[in-house]
Design a protein around this ligand. Structure first.
Ligand SMILES: Nc1ncnc2c1ncn2[C@@H]1O[C@H](COP(=O)(O)OP(=O)(O)O)[C@@H](O)[C@H]1O
Length: 338
């Protein structure tokens, strides 16, 4: 039975999993051919995670799927719908509602319009509160599993060439940003050998001013209501929580924003399959990048169950996802609010 070493009852628990990238194809490799990709057996690892959530001593309140649920290769094999049905069938037997984050592989398979109308849109109905920005077609929302704890789902590809039609203003704006920082013919190829500039690649994206203004409003209200906030996004934003090539284009803007609000306790992401972690002592925020299922051997696992308390979260990891105790600075230290 899954259990937490902390004896007292949590406020709630939730399951978390990232970068499943399922495809019914033989194993392959990442771009640099340093890591094997287990496209078919990623489904078995999803099943393992689901079983562990079902057996958990405390039933999870929800599951967070951090993006890249099926691999882009499905598009080439004309199997996007079939692959999505296969993983969604598994997720439908999870013991709680699944909240989906969108990553680059969602956009390799589907347009933004299609995703908005699909089962991968887990945002609440418009009139129920918790909705995203009023403008555009940004996939961002929030929900409260308990009155004093909020989860905010962000759209890290709101500014991106992925998922946007080539003739759209958004596509051209994103292409201009990308070309300003990356002069390579192949825009998936990073513009530098090392350092933060590597984030300017086509398989990443960023957050629009509209989305950041909306987030600012949500976090201001959470500060006022003394809610703790967990933000989730496919792309990480702290350079010490990931390889720079996986960062969101305007990661600094998000860091500045969350640093200005004491309510944020954790920022969770996927995308970097190696995972990562950094506790930003200036803002008090824990930046956790979850290991990707796709690069996890079939005899291991990559997923977790998070036990949430007033003053801490405990990640009970499976396989190569390590256990982690994340202590909150609560109430927020005024000197930490930048
Ligand atoms: N260093 C690189 N140079 C050129 N293309 C790359 C590089 N890294 C990745 N790509 C390409 O970018 C796309 C996304 O990369 P991929 O590794 O599939 O993303 P993810 O890590 O999200 O699975 C793929 O088409 C891949 O071939």
């Amino acid at each position: 039975m899954e259990s937490c070493p902390i004896e007292d009852a949590p406020l709630f628990t939730f399951g978390v999993i990232a970068d499943i990238q399922y495809a019914d194809i033989d194993d392959g490799f990442n771009y640099t051919r340093t890591k094997r990709r287990y496209y078919r057996s990623s489904l078995q690892l999803l099943m393992n995670a689901r079983e562990s959530w079902s057996r958990s001593a405390v039933k999870p309140s929800f599951i967070l799927q951090l993006g890249d649920i099926i691999d882009g290769f499905n598009k080439q094999h004309d199997s996007s719908d079939q692959a999505l049905d296969t993983v969604m069938r598994e997720l439908s037997t999870c013991p709680a509602q699944v909240h989906h984050v969108w990553g680059n592989h969602e956009f390799y398979n589907f347009s933004r319009d299609t995703l908005m109308k699909s089962k991968l849109n887990s945002s609440p109905p418009c009139d129920s509160g918790g909705g995203g920005p009023d403008t555009g077609d940004i996939y961002a929302y929030h929900f409260n599993p308990t009155p004093k704890f909020k989860i905010v789902v962000l759209d890290a590809y709101d500014v991106s060439v992925l998922g946007r039609t080539v003739s759209s203003v958004q596509y051209n704006n994103a292409l201009n940003i990308l070309k300003e920082h990356n002069s390579n013919e192949d825009l998936n190829h990073p513009p530098a050998e090392e350092g933060i500039k590597r984030k300017f690649v086509k398989f990443n994206g960023g957050f629009s001013r509209d989305q950041l203004n909306w987030l600012d409003g949500v976090l201001s209200l959470s500060d006022k209501n003394e809610e703790r906030v967990l933000i989730v996004s496919h792309l990480p934003v702290h350079p010490l929580s990931t390889e720079p090539i996986c960062l969101a284009w305007n990661s600094e803007d998000v860091l500045a924003l969350i640093g200005a609000h004491g309510c944020v306790v954790c920022f969770m992401a996927g995308h970097d399959h190696n995972g990562g972690y950094h506790h930003d002592r200036d803002s008090g925020v824990h930046h956790l990048t979850l290991e990707g299922v796709i690069e996890t051997p079939p005899d291991s696992d990559a997923s977790g169950t998070v036990w949430v308390y007033e003053d801490r979260m405990f990640l009970k990891g499976s396989g190569r996802t390590a256990d982690r105790l994340l202590l909150f600075t609560w109430p927020p230290d005024e000197t930490q609010i930048m």
